[in-house]
Design a binder for this molecule. Structure first.
Ligand code: BMA
Length: 375
């Protein structure tokens, strides 16, 4: 009898120590309580499934724009995504709308709505090339990154851009005046050479410095403490390649990558499986949160892609969330872009089956986890 009591007391102690050890601080040691809670709950959510996300979900979809409460995912499944992505490009230029024409004022409301309903928010930033004044996709000249680091000719300009980004993050508040936690993923796809901050357009050391500088400026100079930081590459092949531009454990919370299907299903599955397996082991070794920070199969030509291709891949790995890119619909240049089904789209039924799988979490599932509260 005594032995049993002792054993159960020991196991309670073990569980207590263990769950206390599980709660830790994100890379910003002064993060707000809700941000710390999100960080710890995202880690715990890894056992529950993959939170499905969508960029600009509440803003527009295929064939509609700015209709209150509408979402292509909601139209199809009856629920909203568990993760909502937004984009800051052109905030740095004081524009009222971002590079995809989303008004920043509306974006703030969408972010608050997503937060109040229990979803996770992640934000990317396709900032212009500060040296040339052209877009994020202007990789020339190769001195751009060096030019915005301390001592560079555009450092003051870059700081002024960060001031605006900081003001935006600090303007995001919940009903009780608390700051809304955001997963910020600056300098995404940084192993590819299409953005001025990526690949061959700077040295690994320069982009690491820029990532660290940006974070320290937002955190220490501007006092922004409602951010978790996501580091993410594009397609990669080895752990060494993945980590070549990694700014370090002290500057990251989420580790991810972006991948799009452009060829056959088999090829995509093999590549995604390899990357997720590598990511899982890196994230585990570094005690970070693994995520598929962007994915998509443009125009969803395969009506069973969700359950035949993506689901088996996601089921084999541990991934906090997976964010599909935007349902832009018909664009000004005449092309069409979407990665999530909409009412009537060929993969609609299959997507519903995919979402019904216990591994896939939408907003109502995320809300149950109370991700912003301490557990
Ligand atoms: C790209 C496309 C563009 C968009 C950009 C930034 O992948 O969707 O149309 O401007 O992302 O959101």
């Amino acid at each position: 009898m005594k032995k049993t009591v002792l054993l159960s007391a020991l196991s309670v102690l073990f569980i207590t120590i263990n769950s206390a050890a599980q709660n830790s601080l994100p890379c910003d040691k002064q993060a707000t309580p809700e941000t710390i809670n999100l960080y710890n709950n995202l880690k715990k959510s890894l056992d529950k499934g993959v939170m499905l996300g969508h960029q600009d979900d509440l803003a527009y979809g295929v064939n509609w724009k700015y209709e209150d409460g509408r979402s292509d995912i909601k139209d199809v499944t009856g629920d909203y995504p568990a993760v909502m992505g937004f984009e800051l490009g052109r905030l740095e230029l004081d524009h009222a709308v971002n590079l995809d024409s989303v008004p920043f004022d509306k974006m703030r409301l969408f972010i608050k709505d997503a937060y109040q309903h229990g979803s996770v928010i992640t934000i990317s930033w396709h900032l212009n090339n500060p040296l040339t004044g052209q877009t994020a996709w202007d990789p020339s000249p190769k001195e751009t990154v060096a030019s915005i680091l301390p001592g560079g000719e555009k450092n003051a300009l870059y700081n002024s851009w960060l001031d605006k980004v900081a003001a935006f993050f600090l303007s995001l508040k919940g009903n009780n005046g608390e700051y809304i936690p955001i997963i910020f993923r600056p300098f995404h796809e940084l192993n590819g050479s299409w953005f001025w901050w990526g690949g061959k357009n700077c040295t690994p050391d320069e982009i690491k410095q820029l990532y660290q500088y940006t974070e320290k400026y937002l955190r220490d100079t501007k006092g922004v403490h409602n951010l978790l930081y996501a580091f993410n590459t594009d397609v990669f092949h080895t752990a060494d390649e993945y980590l070549e531009r990694f700014p370090g454990d002290d500057f990251t919370d989420v580790l991810g990558f972006d991948t799009y299907q452009r060829n056959g299903n088999e090829q995509f599955m093999q590549s995604a499986n390899n990357m997720l397996a590598t990511l899982d082991s890196i994230a585990f070794a570094h005690n970070k949160i693994p995520a598929l920070t962007e994915f998509g199969y443009g125009s969803l030509p395969d009506s069973t892609w969700w359950t035949n291709v993506l689901l088996p891949v996601l089921k084999t790995h541990t991934t906090a969330y997976a964010l599909a890119w935007r349902n832009a619909g018909k664009k000004k240049d005449g092309s069409t872009e979407f990665y999530m089904p909409y009412k009537g789209q060929a993969s609609e039924k299959d997507f519903i089956a995919f979402c019904n799988d216990e591994k896939i979490l939408l907003q109502k599932d995320a809300a149950k986890e109370k991700l912003y509260q301490k557990h």
